[in-house]
Design a protein around this ligand. Structure first.
Ligand code: AMP
Length: 550
């Protein structure tokens, strides 16, 4: 028997409509670096998103599922593209300006982007690439920047404001199939070619509903969220779409992502929530330690994208800012788990839950798989690779404009679950704790050492700003940990034996203690601000690190 329910497609168009009408007064505030930020209401953003759709269709000839790329930081115009492009049936493709240029060019060509919307300030990155991007027919420049390099380029060049000015603020939006592509985003591609993940209208809609729930981020129109996580990194973790569903005000940092302007915008605009990777919060902590600022408005912060060191969580607790740990991937839209401890626990009892990666929402199923492919129990001790499935988890990677989508064996199980490459345990009450990336685990004498555990323990030392631990070859044990350490400003000298003793005191087993140590100026970071351990491994292999062997 079929249900009696209406079958209304779940589309970004609905999110756009809802936000601009029901929550029309909610605000998007964009940092400008000048005395006043730029402010726009959801009604204004929605109207401009509609004008953009007209411009793309009537002026630039976008009439189907052409890819419209954005090379932009977080701001109001980027949000307009987020809403307007998928609503007209085209596919938004967010580009990461921090990628190596060869990768960026590869991605644009692979996705077959027809239009690039680009921040004026990012033109120096785009212009030299244009001769290598034959698919790009139009470049639309947003905001200030030196446009002189555009004089001789092949694609037609437009100014965003001029392009959308005077166009209608209503649109006869097409009836879309909810399974149609809405947005695409490539994984950062640490090995091999980048892989394109294509989100559907339906997956975005369902994911936004989950983001909006109290068990996830749970924000309302009384909140303002500071979206530090870039809009080019997995749809800024779904916050913009979720905000348009529920009226959450947005504070957008544009390109001002350094600790000092972030601290200033928090103190001045008083967001109640924020979202970013741990390195952002590390940097901000160092900043406010040196130059105190009031961060207390930001009662609730979502931290993820990399493991949150418990010492970081503790430090923010002291500042009145509660970090809430979440896990996800480009492939998972990204929300995979969020760590709200079960109700009724004391602060002490809640702590192990807070530092874990968290629980799966109802729509995400997880399982742990052992080295022989066997299912592992949720006993809090059996460690295996995490596999997930659900309506906002990708089932394949984009195969290119003319190719079939790809389902590499190392990424998907035979029965269709996504192999995350993350290793961890799940407690009987369903809390996931990740111990490592499969490729970062240190395999020493047949036993596994978690690099993340060592890093977390080291970063709790008062003199240590950052620490990254990698596996290095060892004749006797196969692999051993190399600890690379960044000292806090003002810390004098390094006593590796004392750091080793500190690790032992904090509970690290003796056989896991690193004997190789190296002092570095900064931990290399990936394009989305995570520790880039492959760079450290390479530096070690090429003898570029000064290593002390205890
Ligand atoms: P990306 O697709 O670039 O966002 O990277 C996804 C990967 O980031 C995951 O597979 C994890 O290895 C890592 N990651 C994300 N969130 C967390 C977290 N809370 N703790 C540990 N690792 C994380």
């Amino acid at each position: 028997m079929l249900s009696t329910m209406q079958d209304v497609p779940l589309t970004v168009t609905r999110i756009l409509h809802h936000g601009m009408s029901i929550h029309g007064k909610s605000q998007v505030t964009t940092w400008t670096g000048e005395s006043e930020p730029h402010r726009a209401s959801f009604a204004e953003i929605g109207a401009r998103a509609t004008r953009l759709a007209h411009a793309l269709r009537d002026e630039l000839g976008v009439d189907g599922d052409q890819r419209i790329a954005t090379l932009m930081w977080n701001h109001a115009a980027h949000l307009e593209a987020y809403l307007g492009v998928p609503s007209m049936g085209a596919v938004l493709h967010t580009l990461n300006p921090r990628l190596p240029v060869e990768q960026l060019a590869w991605i644009v060509n692979h996705a077959d982007d027809k239009v690039v919307l680009v921040d004026g300030t990012l033109l120096p990155l785009l212009v030299p690439l244009l001769p290598h991007l034959p698919c790009v027919e139009h470049v639309v420049v947003v905001g200030p920047g030196d446009r002189s390099g555009l004089a001789d380029v092949t694609p037609r060049v437009h100014d965003y404001e001029e392009l959308i000015a005077g166009r209608p603020t209503t649109f006869d939006w097409p009836e879309l199939d909810e399974r149609q592509a809405a947005v695409m985003c490539y994984t950062s591609g640490t090995t091999g070619e980048p892989k394109g993940v294509v989100y559907s209208h339906r997956s975005i809609y369902l994911h936004s509903m989950q983001v909006s729930l109290p068990e996830s981020m749970g924000l309302t129109d009384a909140d303002t969220t500071l979206i530090v996580v870039p809009q080019f990194h997995v749809n800024a973790w779904g916050l913009p779409h979720s905000a348009f569903m529920t009226g959450v005000n947005m504070l957008m940092p544009d390109r001002f992502l350094q600790p000092a302007p972030l601290a200033e915008m928090i103190e001045r605009e008083r967001p109640t929530h924020a979202a970013a990777v741990p390195t952002i919060w590390q940097g901000l902590l160092a900043e406010v330690t040196a130059n105190p600022r009031d961060l207390t408005s930001m009662a609730n912060v979502t931290i993820g994208g990399a493991a949150c060191p418990p010492s970081l969580m503790e430090a923010y607790d002291k500042l009145g800012v509660r970090l809430c740990h979440a896990w996800g991937m480009t492939e998972t839209s990204p929300l995979g788990t969020v760590s709200h401890p079960p109700a009724g626990l004391s602060a002490e009892e809640a702590w192990p839950y807070r530092v874990a990666q968290g629980r799966f929402p109802a729509s995400v199923e997880g399982r742990l798989v052992g080295p022989g492919g066997e299912a592992l129990p949720w006993d809090g001790a059996s460690a295996g690779e995490l596999e997930v499935r659900g309506p906002w988890i990708t089932a394949s990677y984009f195969g290119g404009a003319d190719g079939e989508n790809l389902r590499p064996e190392d990424k998907f199980s035979e029965d269709g679950w996504l192999k995350t490459g993350d290793v961890g345990v799940i407690s009987p009450d369903g809390f996931l704790t990740l111990t490592d990336r499969a490729k970062d685990v240190i395999k020493s004498g047949g036993e596994w050492i978690s690099s993340v555990e060592l890093e977390n323990a080291l970063m709790a030392h008062p003199d240590v700003a950052e620490a990254a631990v990698v596996a290095v070859p060892d004749e006797r044990w196969g692999e051993r940990p190399l600890a690379t350490v960044v000292l806090k400003e003002g810390a004098t000298g390094t006593d590796y034996a004392a750091l080793q003793a500190f690790l032992a005191e904090s509970g690290v087993a003796k056989w896991q203690l690193p004997e190789r140590w190296s002092l570095i100026a900064a931990v290399p970071k990936t394009s989305v601000g995570k520790f880039d351990k492959k760079v450290i491994r390479k530096q070690y292999a090429e003898g570029e690190l000064e290593v002390t062997h205890l």
